[in-house]
Design a protein around this ligand. Structure first.
Ligand code: AMP
Ligand code: MG
Length: 484
């Protein structure tokens, strides 16, 4: 295949050479196309007439003219400890293309084989984890939360050893940028201030063009504030939708504020404030209710890396933005979920009391807010049915209805808006698990169906009601393997 039609700009290669190593993908055996995201391809400015043509690229046996694969070097803090040995251990940045709307797209092949940064790993990704990443990227995008995307995935026969023997797959992950907080940590701790500045200007030039014209000090200060705010906003969006990332290490934090690196993630089923989705996270460092703090700590790691070029005052001011940005976005998200367009001082305590109730009564988080979005349409029964103790919810409803008296919108209008905020369909762990089992036995149709449902999570999809059902008991206690 040629690069015909693609506007190629491999700008990452303009960074100092210490940021990457050229590596060719290691071919997989008999790679077959599993899913291809045609809608995304269209946004990126191309059309895949024949999906199968892309299997060779996914399988590491083919490159388009102009692709120049590199493994990126970064470091980072993992569970609070600095690790200087990180980098793309199994993924390769193939090239960057520009879409018709001027958007930049990094093409990153995850599972492409060994690199100098593989450490003890095998350079591969298994089918199970690749499906989870594909599903969740597209589910997040459907929810309107910034995320890396899935362009296509292939599956191969090569056996891969995890807890048991599985098979290999690759994901073509695309994003505006694959630069992480950890890139800055690498530059600061191993290369020096000039390299940090170089990286910083690169990121601004490509991803923060509105800042380019500012004078240097101002440009750096505004940029850091914006990164801190984007991070805070992202995590406020996760909290509102009940998303647990699971591995919020600083090498998994995107510098542009995308949700990045899907491993042992989970969406809450029953609300559980202290939920830990990563069973290797024994201390619960990245538990659901600790994510906002973890996001801040990551901003602090980034701040440390920037300190030599920005100065303490600027750094402190930037970091200070986190709390207000987080709180503001979170409260707004929750007001939207509750259908409160008017602001009242007591709203935050109402939100916290609501969370306490859901936590105490193990209420399904998604179902609660979706049922609340149709009180006047469908009546109270669907909401009340989520509680064993109806008195609890009735008492809450009285308070809620009292609060609604301050609102000026009609019920129809309010609930219509609420259904654009409170998803009906989320990627529950058990749904992912079901389609993974089907895929492992060779049937990818259920996976494709689930993807298409999750692309429109706010719409009523009468033919696919089953995907909105509460999880069966076995589905709530899945011990999902966190290996990937
Ligand atoms: P993660 O926990 O997925 O964010 O990965 C942390 C680091 O381990 C990154 O540098 C990855 O590239 C690397 N890594 C994860 N899995 C593998 C693997 N199977 N082979 C090589 N490197 C890996
Ligand atoms: Mg990672």
């Amino acid at each position: 295949m040629s690069s015909n039609g693609f506007q190629v700009e491999h700008r990452y290669l303009e960074l100092p050479q210490s940021f990457y190593t050229r590596v060719q993908p290691t071919p997989l055996k008999d790679a077959k196309m599993v899913c291809f995201n045609h809608r995304l391809a269209q946004d990126m400015g191309f059309h895949a007439t024949n999906e199968a043509d892309w299997a060779g690229i996914g399988g590491g046996t083919e490159l388009l003219e102009g692709m120049d694969p590199v493994a990126m070097k970064y470091t980072g803090h993992q569970f609070g400890n600095y690790n200087p040995e990180l980098g793309d251990g199994r993924g390769l940045l193939l090239w960057e293309t520009l879409g018709p709307d001027g958007r930049r797209w990094d093409w990153h092949l995850k599972g492409a084989g060994l690199t100098p940064y593989s450490r003890f790993g095998d350079g591969r990704a298994v089918l199970r984890s690749t499906i989870r990443e594909y599903l969740c990227s597209e589910a997040m995008n459907g929810l309107g939360i910034p995320t890396t995307r899935a362009l296509f995935m292939v599956s191969a026969k090569d056996p891969i050893r995890r807890e048991s023997i599985e098979t290999a797959a690759t994901l073509m992950r695309v994003a505006q940028s694959h630069i992480r907080f950890g890139h800055f940590e690498f530059a600061a701790h191993h290369e020096g201030p000039e390299t940090v500045k170089n990286l910083l200007e690169h990121v601004i030039a490509l991803h923060f063009p509105h800042l380019i014209k500012l004078e240097e000090q101002e440009r750096h200060a505004r940029w850091f504030e914006e990164v801190v705010e984007r991070t805070a906003h992202l995590i406020a969006d996760w909290q509102a939708v009940g998303f647990c990332h699971g591995v919020m290490n600083s090498d998994n934090m995107s510098i542009i504020g995308d949700t990045f690196d899907y491993g042992p993630f989970a969406f809450l089923d029953d609300f559980d404030a202290g939920y830990i989705c990563n069973h290797t996270d024994q201390g619960g460092r990245y538990a659901y209710n600790r994510q906002p703090q973890a996001g801040f700590e990551n901003c602090q790691y980034l701040a440390n890396a920037l300190l030599p070029i920005m100065g303490e005052e600027t750094i402190r001011n930037g970091l200070q933005r986190y709390e207000a940005a987080y709180n503001g976005r979170f409260l707004q998200n929750m007001r939207d979920k509750l259908g409160l367009a008017q602001e009242d001082e007591s709203d935050m305590s109402f939100v916290m009391d609501t969370f306490s109730m859901l936590n105490k009564h193990h209420t399904d988080y998604t179902a609660f807010f979706r049922a609340l979005s149709s009180l006047y349409d469908h009546g109270y029964a669907p909401l009340r049915d989520l509680f064993v103790d109806r008195e609890v919810v009735d008492k809450w409803l009285m308070r809620y209805k009292k609060r609604l008296e301050q609102e000026t919108r009609t019920h129809e209008e309010r609930e219509h808006q609420m259904r654009r905020i409170n998803p009906k369909y989320i990627l529950r762990n058990y749904l992912a698990q079901q389609v993974i089992l089907e895929a492992q036995s060779g049937d990818y149709e259920p996976l494709k169906e689930l993807i298409s449902v999750l692309e429109q999570p706010y719409d009523e999809q009468p033919d696919f009601e089953k995907y909105a059902a509460l999880p069966p008991d076995w589905g709530k206690h899945l011990n999902i393997s966190c290996s990937s």
